[in-house]
Design a protein around this ligand. Sequence first.
Ligand code: 5GP
Length: 111
Amino acid sequence: MTLFEKIIQRHIPADIVFEDDQVLAFKDINPAAPTHVLVIPKRPISRIDAANAEDQSLIGHLMLKAAEIARELKLENGFRLVINNGPDGGESVPHLHCHILGGRALQWPPG
Ligand code: 5GP
């Protein structure tokens, strides 16, 4: 079981900001910006590269919820959604997650 499945099942605690039947959103334990929330599907998909056509509506739902959560977190000045994939992408937990980053001006390109 991945770390994020343990958070979904409440085996380890997290600061949850949103939940419905398909996704869970919680604060990142090591925030990279003043607001840093992770949105994950409850169905375990290891990474975006492992998603398939059956996951289309779930991933669409996840992205729309990420934008809705960003609005609720008052990131009206802008925010960034990030999905890291694989070693070069910086993925460290093999359960698909979308980072919501905001609360400061973010640099581009990323490091
Ligand atoms: P990745 O590097 O895979 O894109 O993102 C994984 C994220 O999960 C990192 O930003 C990391 O800080 C966060 N993270 C790792 N372990 C925990 C944890 O136990 N709780 C929470 N809330 N976030 C975690």
